[in-house]
Write a protein of this length. Structure first.
Length: 569
């Protein structure tokens, strides 16, 4: 074998080896784990889970229409004020969402901007849309704030009782003045310290707050609580009282009574139950000043909660700057409570027992394993700079995805089989050689897509079938040119050489024009159009290689080893 043939053979062998190397993980993954749901993946052993993560990172990705999943379109929420720099906000949102869904385990997510205020996401393989929605939409604004001293909290509550009582008295007098004379006579002797009527905002409740000093039974605010301990006011969650407290705190008089450097904030979960068995919610009075924010968070992980069997907690570690701030804050506030606030909800408010120089801490709550892991994901990814509204959502179920995959692969295999059958029947042994080239063409396309991390979708399969058809067309042009030369009574060797030479320009022109169209679709298309363009462009390059390089090598190899009188074509 001469040097030229040896070099070409080496190139073909290297290409075959690279294809086998790139496609092997896909074959193993789809054989072992291809049909597993996210829930089943979660039940794998640690060794299997490591293998799963390794294989899924190297294997061929399937698009939303083949694997099933979730399609959502979100819009920037401007209900709380206009967003000045939408472009920058969208860039940050896109980066954070990409990090979140990657850590969630979504393979090949598609996250693109639509216009100046919308983001479109496609999440293949999602089988729990509610969980994915929570991870996407959670703004994850983590803050550390000091809880106000109990004495100051009591003073604020007494002040709220006073101003709300005065408001109730004024409302009662105003109603009495506006009532007819007969009604005035019946109400002048009434207790005007509270409004009359069943729809009163300040109903008299029987359960007092033990730790709150009060000489009057008319306590429109504090009477709504059943206890005040560990810095928290306990409100029975009986369907009305929590809403009553919220409405009272929104009153202008109440807002003026609350110090400018403080604000009330609810806990995220129900607390201990009352003697009557009612659940309670905790309400804290916090400093408005934020001592530390979540942007200083370096990592977050999950571990069992030692104080709650079966529960989980989130362990966090701050970066160097955050650790220094955390050490300073804890040293200055030993004996006080530090509230850990997530999205304006108090997750926990532990007492600071000593200085914490390590920058490590825990977030405890009623977390299940999945909830704790999802919260750790969004904390690690960082907080969204703005809130998002879901304006469109579609879910492709696994059954539809499997059916689409089966039909798409069937169509591709049928198309390949018909093409192979045609070239073998019509061009005999040369047709068989072309069929081998077509098989190699498909292997190259799938291997390149696997290496690039591109997702194979139904339109992608259509692009693959079209590229196979173009590879057949290239071989047809070559074979017909060789036939023309043979009819001129030229030798087999010269006919082959002239056939490839004369067909080259036509093959190059047709493939280049199609390639340019594919590049335009790839540049400006989205979703399915881009999936079609990716496989088409890769397929065109592969067809040029197999038709002009691989088949030519086989012909040259045969003709240089033996002199052919006839060619099976």
């Amino acid at each position: 074998m001469d040097r030229n043939l040896a070099v070409r053979l080496s190139v073909i062998v290297i290409v075959l080896g690279v294809c086998a190397y790139l496609l092997y993980p896909s074959a193993v993954f789809f054989d072992r784990y291809g049909n597993l749901t996210q829930e089943q993946v979660g039940k794998l052993s640690e060794t299997q889970r490591r293998e799963y993560r390794d294989l899924i990172g190297k294997s061929l990705k399937l698009g939303l229409d083949l694997r099933g999943g979730m399609h959502v379109v979100m819009e920037l929420d401007e209900s709380k004020g206009k967003i000045e720099n939408k472009r920058d906000a969208l860039d940050r949102v896109q980066e954070i969402l990409s990090t979140r869904v990657d850590q969630f385990g979504v393979t090949e997510p598609t996250i693109t901007r639509q216009g100046d205020s919308r983001i479109m996401m496609q999440l293949p393989g999602i089988d729990d849309p509610d969980r994915a929605r929570n991870i996407i939409q959670n703004t994850a604004q983590l803050e550390f704030r000091m809880v106000k001293d109990p004495q100051e909290t009591v003073r604020v509550i007494e002040r709220l009782d006073e101003v709300l009582r005065e408001r109730a008295k004024a409302d009662s007098i105003a109603r009495a003045a506006a009532a007819p004379a007969t009604d005035v006579a019946t109400t002048t002797g009434a207790d005007t310290t509270k409004p009359a009527g069943s729809d009163s905002l300040f109903p008299e409740l029987a359960t007092p707050v033990p730790d709150l000093p009060s000489t009057s039974t008319d306590r429109p605010f504090s009477s709504l609580f059943v206890a005040f301990q560990a810095g928290a006011l306990y409100v029975p969650d009986d369907g009305t009282r929590v809403q009553q407290v919220r409405r009272l705190l929104e009153a202008p008089e109440a807002q003026r009574a609350i110090p400018a450097d403080a604000e009330f904030m609810w806990s995220s979960e129900e607390a201990a139950r009352t003697q009557d068995g009612l659940p309670t919610r905790m309400l804290y009075l916090l400093e408005k000043k934020t001592e530390l924010r979540g942007d200083r968070l370096e990592t977050a992980s999950v571990s069992p909660d030692p104080d709650r069997p079966g529960g989980m907690q989130i362990n966090f570690r701050l970066d160097r700057r955050g650790a220094r701030t955390f050490a300073r804050v804890t040293e200055a506030n030993v004996g006080h409570q530090l509230a850990i606030v997530l999205d304006d909800v108090v997750k926990s408010a532990p007492n600071i027992k000593s200085k914490i120089p390590s920058g490590k801490g825990v977030i405890q709550g009623s977390f299940t394993d999945a909830e704790a892991r999802d919260l750790a994901i969004v904390l690690r990814a960082g907080a969204l700079p703005v809130s998002l509204n879901f304006i469109e959502e579609r879910t492709v179920g696994p059954t539809l995805g499997s059916d689409s995959l089966r039909r798409g692969l069937s169509a591709g295999l049928v198309g390949l089989a018909l093409s192979v059958l045609f070239v073998i029947v019509y061009y005999q042994l040369s047709g068989f050689l072309a069929a081998l080239a077509l098989t190699l063409n498909m292997a190259i396309v799938l291997a390149v897509m696997s290496a690039l991390g591109a997702a194979l979708s139904l339109p992608g399969i259509a692009g693959l079938v079209l590229s196979v058809a173009m590879a057949v067309d290239a071989n047809v042009l070559i074979f017909e040119r060789i036939r023309e030369e043979l009819r001129k009574n030229k030798t087999v060797t010269s006919s082959i050489e002239a056939g490839y030479k004369n067909a080259f320009s036509a093959i190059l022109d047709s493939n280049l024009t199609t390639l340019f169209a594919g590049i335009v679709l790839l540049q400006f298309g989205t979703g399915p159009v881009k999936g079609f363009a990716v496989t088409l462009c890769i397929g065109i390059a592969a067809s040029m290689f197999t038709a002009l390089f691989c088949t030519r090598f086989v012909y040259d190899f045969i003709t240089r080893r033996r002199k052919l009188e006839h060619l099976s074509i």
